[in-house]
Design a binder for this molecule. Sequence first.
Ligand code: OXD
Ligand code: MN
Length: 594
Amino acid sequence: MASQLASLNQWVEETARLTQADSVHWCTGSEDELAALRAGMLESGELIALNAETHPNCFLHRSNPNDVARVEHLTFVCTAEREDAGPNNHWMAPAEAHAKVDGLFAGCMKGRTLYVVPYCMGPIDAPLSRCGVEITDSPYVVLNMQLMTRMGSAALARIEREGRFVKGLHSIGELDPDRRFIMHFPEELTIKSFGSGYGGNALLGKKCHALRIASWQARQEGWLAEHMLIVGVENPRGETHYVAAAFPSACGKTNLAMLIPPEGYRSNGWKVWTVGDDICWMQPGKDGRLWAINPEAGFFGVAPGTAANTNPNALDMLGRDAIFTNVGVNADGQPWWEGLPGEPALDWQGRPYDPANGPAAHPNARFTVSAKQCASYTDAAESASGVPISAIVFGGRRPSLVPLVFEARDWAHGVLVGASMGSETTAAATGAVGVMRRDSMAMKPFCGYNFGDYFAHWLSFDKPGAKLPKIFHVNWFRKGADGKFLWPGFGENLRVLEWMLARVEGRVGAVETPIGMLPATADLGTQGLEFPAHRMRELLEVDLDGWRAEAVQIGEYLAGFGARTPERLHAEQKQLLARIDRASTAALPRVANG
Ligand code: OXD
Ligand code: MN
């Protein structure tokens, strides 16, 4: 018997029978186990060793070129009632989904090892952490799960103690896009993923468990599972505020989580602490505040664009013990991607680099690395009680209309702000890049249930005794008439965080507008930046005609979730429209009497 838990053994045995795996290996997470896995993969070519002098213990994995991103069109939420999955998800009836995918799993591990990967999402002793077991036939998945979660014996011990875990079954199958499905069964706390080795589809602890299944559990149990980074901002007085921020995939969450303060701020004593870069679980504490943990133990970040001027912390942590997926390689055998100095020798498919074939690194090329290697990672991230959240930030890529920053009037308005978030699509998912789509709370691809119910769940946190964080919206991506970004972004974003936290502490005023509270131009620190006043005015401009059209579209979007959208949210949208109309009327030139 491999575990003290009969239900776990039984599931592993049944799965080994169904998949006809050659052998079964229970992962402990030991160094010897990992070394043996790496050795096997180096031999089979699944891993390629990188320059051991410049990048000790770093490896490259080249995926199948047809398998480089999440596949939202093949991702299903399989609830008994279609309405429970909602229009925000692809739905399949559970019996049909099981039958379809079990047919694919039958015999799929012949000649392969079945790995049993027990893992814990969150610090091993945190009450809010939740455990799962992933069965996979991919050693690449095992190595990545070891970096991204608390994997192995300690997790198994917690699972045996609790007797409860999320079941995740994964096989790379034949990597055939026509035989690829990522199925979620929230009512059964089960995931079945077939035909892809890509992170978001295959590392089941991440998007599948920690967001889709966890969001479902969170609703039942009164907490929140969100697509958010968590960052600590320490001011020169030594006080640290924690901020949770939701942005759609590939909009700079990792960069914001690891931000290095601009020079003047650094010398004044500002520090930034990384808790997490992608997922945040939050729960009201006894004190009424929201307390958050990062369920992950590593970073699975987008490599291209990670450079000394955008994210030096990330670059520094990638010099050892990291896995790179679909990056290029330079003549020295070092990993290479667009944004780094020097020249690539090979592209992500292993071909001699030729610009005619496109970029050297795939635009969604990734690194996987333990969070502990990040210089700004804080011990607070390992705390069982989590960190208290002072501010929640929503943001997206909006080339026009949306100002650099605004504050929601209160929690319910903040829920509307999050629900109506929009952004241009990026390379993290297959499909067209650069198309504007609504992405409520950056959870469109990740909410495991009907968005209407999700909005109601968010609203439900506003109750007597709650000391909820302030909610803000930011847009680092607004462009000027010349088509260039108006805001420098990256480390300079601390200037915007500084204003938000001054608001949290009640130390600075704000300008009330129909869409929320904006900073007075003089209150956003621009010392040390070359920043003409007209640029700040453009960044903070609220165009009432544009916002009226936006508010109408938001109303239509909310209506798309039918009766599940809470009345309270409709009322917020109507109030937004009414405020815009009042302000527009007030702004009309007055016609003289007579
Ligand atoms: C990710 C994503 O990989 O959001 O984090 O796609
Ligand atoms: Mn993400």
